[in-house]
Design a protein around this ligand. Sequence first.
Ligand SMILES: CC(C)(COP(=O)(O)OP(=O)(O)OC[C@H]1O[C@@H](n2cnc3c(N)ncnc32)[C@H](O)[C@@H]1OP(=O)(O)O)[C@@H](O)C(=O)NCCC(=O)NCCSC(=O)CC(=O)O
Length: 453
Amino acid sequence: MTLRIIETARVTPAVDSDSVLNSANSLTIPLTFFDLPWLLFHPVKRVFFYKLTESTREHFNSIIVPKLKLSLSLVLRNYLPLTGCVTWNPNEPKPSIVVTQNDAVLVTIAETNADFSHLSGYGQRPVSELHALLPKLPVSDDSATAFSIQITLFPNQGFTIGVAAHHAVLDGKTSSMFIKTWACICKQQLQNIPETLTPSYDRPLIKDMIELDENMIEMVRSLKGDKTNIRSLTPFPARELGDDVVLATLVLSRDDIKRLRERVKSVSLTLHLSTFVIAYAYTWTCFVKARGGNRERSVSLLFVGDFRERLDPKLPVNYFGNCVFPAGCYNRKAVEFMEEKGFVTAVEIISDLVKGLSSRKVETIAESFAEGFSFASRSTQFGTIAGSTRFGIYESDFGWGRPVKVDIVSIDQGEAISMAERRDESGGVEIGMCLKKSEMDMFLPFFNNDLQS
Ligand SMILES: CC(C)(COP(=O)(O)OP(=O)(O)OC[C@H]1O[C@@H](n2cnc3c(N)ncnc32)[C@H](O)[C@@H]1OP(=O)(O)O)[C@@H](O)C(=O)NCCC(=O)NCCSC(=O)CC(=O)O
């Protein structure tokens, strides 16, 4: 495929007489202990595919791009942190998001000759081609950009919106709320954000715990291992990906989930058998079986839970930033998930972890992250989940219909599994996996055949 960059635009927030920037000229939002664990992670990258056969160059340049830019400018008034950078003032104990007047979100406009149907499909797609549809997120030792966008035309086939988000600035809940808000403003040609979609910046609701901040920073530093510049914001080294890495999207229908749930119900009636638990347990056991190898090898799994409603007192559902707590199960033997009752074992583990989340104490969050991250390098297989079955990501309609597909491409940086609701069915789930082609070819038969058994 070829990609031609047409323009790199800076989209600034629309002029707002109430803007906090008008008086002080800058806005500083310190990162909380919920944000800090993600400081040196690679950006979360999602690509949204919009099918539109009337998307000629003319239509794209004169209608689609101007509408997207205008609505982006309007929505950024309420999302100022996305125009800024994470920086770490030498006089401050921790980094902050800093926004100054005239800051902007970089929007790359591009065109490609790639096959839209193939790239937006559910089959195996080269991850390098998906990356071409995503923007860079500039980062240096001193400054890390919060958010960037790429809009790519596939002439007469459609267009994509690719986003790159710094995870220390926002989590999946905030990121998906931003996209849905931008889409709503664009589609309905609104001037202002509806109340229900307005982000909350009520940071004082998260009690300042200096010791917790320090522990988080210490943990992040120790993970990087580079002692030369302890305030450096450059991320962990990127995973080298060969041309043979593919991303595929698997589907568990509502009926599949129901049948899998029945398998477990006969064993125990007290388990938490949500779609999330069933889907994670099933995918994980297939993944461990497909990799095979030494049955005694150490494997671990982790996920994060949204903590906004689990905190006491609760945070507003629209709280901007990160508010997730990790839950994991570490150093298990691969054989536990390979044998006949492997799926039930995984369900029991993940069910217990979900049930236990609400009683987790915030004071333990740094050690919980530290424990989880430490097993990432010590395990032969480490499962994590990106996205969620609760973000409603397919509702992002900018006025040209809902996306035909949404992929989280950044799962290529680990052994993450992505999740989202199914586009056209309530109750089912879409699962993204990114593996070397040879391993994907081993994994898919396990995933498809075990459903029939
Ligand atoms: C811990 C969990 C994963 C566990 O999920 P579960 O679905 O098992 O458990 P649950 O108690 O939340 O839900 C139980 C049942 O109630 C339904 N349910 C509960 N709350 C709901 C809500 N607000 N909206 C819609 N459905 C809801 C669920 O669909 C499920 O039904 P049913 O049986 O039908 O399923 C989840 O609670 C959670 O916190 N999800 C969000 C995780 C998150 O924020 N991840 C993003 C990380 S950042 C990231 O990854 C980056 C990025 O995305 O950009």
